[in-house]
Design a protein around this ligand. Structure first.
Ligand SMILES: [Zn+2]
Ligand SMILES: [Zn+2]
Length: 428
């Protein structure tokens, strides 16, 4: 069973082989816990909680889930992009934020091309190539993504013991838990950093400078979400695994995860942090680098692709799909995919990648704003499309998803919740 939770932002619950997997946690504190307790009821243990990237609508609710939910979490899977900032954020958030504000001052004096295009990207959420990095500078390669041994079609479950040793640097943080900054100290540091940025914003007259300052406020919010989540993982002794996009981008070979159960499509599970860049580089969210995970199809389970905000490809125009070849006997096995970037038109190429890749029978959509979904999502057959809420139609969010009844046959797949009414405008 796959469910999209009726909360603000995006969060999916996969129930498979007796295990529960939560992918992303929406915007707000308390919302997931509330849905688990009042609408789903029998979930007291989440075997895996995944965060695909640091956008507020994906990460915002996760630390509260770890801290306050009555149930327990088995493992946490996080973006490798955060590896470089977690140690300082956990131990000395005040110094981290001090450096981040100094980076802002340098930008206000002399804006770098990189930051200017980041800010433009943030302004033009809806444009097609929504990436602030020049995607054309990526190496063009004709290599197909590696055929992975875990796509063997056999039913497998999650073995909690089958886990890489935690990376040394994170282990060191756990061992010296008493050196972590307290919540009170951290919250004060975040508050003061916000005040310093707002002060700079007020003093500035030019539009660009204000935009840069506002962008920095977003970075501080991301930093706080990352800090809270990492500290909660340490406090509650939750084994944590890191999935690095860069490692995939260089080799186009994904690796790690739980074989035959849930595996990364565009990341390598890693143990060592990459080299340190400027702090803001680690905090800026790049949709292209959203982690994508696949619960592989087998003879008795449908496959599930968690697309997050990814365009499902890289290179110029994101045209090189990174979806791996499925073995011939699984090619026609049905797949349920979550709507890439909430159905946003900026990720329209993802639907081409999906169609060429496999037999995608359902697109499950959650989160997003009234700007979403775009025309390409709406061109997909309506039978395929399910939505927790259709922002343009003004619906109240509803628990929505798919359920496969035994015996496994595609015709036994039952849609729960709501078909998409996004093309119906409230005004009409
Ligand atoms: Zn999103
Ligand atoms: Zn809809």
């Amino acid at each position: 069973m796959l469910l999209a939770l009726p909360i603000s932002g995006e969060s999916f619950l996969l129930r498979r082989a007796g295990k529960n997997v939560l992918v992303d946690g929406g915007y707000k504190k308390d919302e997931i816990a509330h849905v688990l307790e009042h609408q789903i009821r029998d979930v007291q243990y989440l075997d895996v909680v995944v965060c695909t990237h640091g956008d507020g609508d994906h990460v915002g609710g996760l630390s509260a889930l770890l801290e306050d939910w009555v149930g327990r979490v088995g493992q946490l899977w996080l973006p490798g992009r955060w590896v470089n900032v977690v140690p300082q954020l956990a131990r000395d958030p005040a110094e981290f934020l001090n450096q981040l504000v100094l980076e802002l001052d340098a930008e206000l004096k002399k804006p770098s091309e990189e930051v200017v295009s980041m800010v433009r990207h943030a302004e033009n959420e809806g444009i097609k190539h929504n990436d602030w990095r020049d995607t054309a500078s990526l190496p063009e390669t004709n290599d197909e993504p590696a055929i992975s041994e875990w796509l063997d079609g056999y039913d497998q479950s999650l073995d909690p013991k089958d886990i890489l040793p935690e990376p040394e640097w994170f282990h060191a943080l756990r061992q010296a838990e008493e050196q972590l900054a307290s919540d009170e100290f951290a919250n004060r540091a975040f508050k003061s950093a916000r005040r310093r940025v707002k002060y700079r914003q007020k003093r500035k007259s030019s539009g660009l400078e204000i935009q840069i300052a506002l962008h920095w406020l977003g970075l501080i919010e991301t930093a706080q979400a990352i800090r809270n989540l990492a500290v909660a993982a340490i406090r509650h002794k939750i084994p944590t695994r890191w999935f690095d996009y860069e490692g995939f981008a260089k080799t186009r070979k994904a690796a790690g995860g739980a074989r035959g159960f849930l595996v990364p499509i565009n990341a390598v599970e890693q143990a060592t942090p990459p080299t340190l860049l400027a702090r803001y580089m680690h905090l800026t969210q790049i949709n292209r680098e959203s982690l994508v995970f696949l619960a592989p199809p087998t003879r008795s389970r449908f496959g599930i692709l968690f697309c997050a905000d990814s365009p499902l490809g890289d290179g110029s125009d994101f045209s090189q799909s990174f979806l791996p070849h499925l073995p011939r006997r699984l090619r026609w096995s049905p797949i349920v995919a979550t709507a890439p970037h909430h159905g946003s038109e900026s990720n329209s190429i993802a639907y081409d990648h999906l169609q060429k890749w496999a037999n995608v029978e359902v697109l499950l959509r959650a989160g997003g704003s009234t700007k979403q979904p775009g025309p390409t999502f709406l061109e997909q057959h309506r039978q395929l499309r399910l939505c927790t809420k259709c922002p343009k139609a003004g619906h109240v969010p509803m628990l929505t998803g798919v359920f496969a009844a035994a015996p496994y046959r595609w015709s036994n797949l039952i849609a729960l919740g709501r078909r998409c009414d996004c093309s119906i405008s409230r005004k009409a």
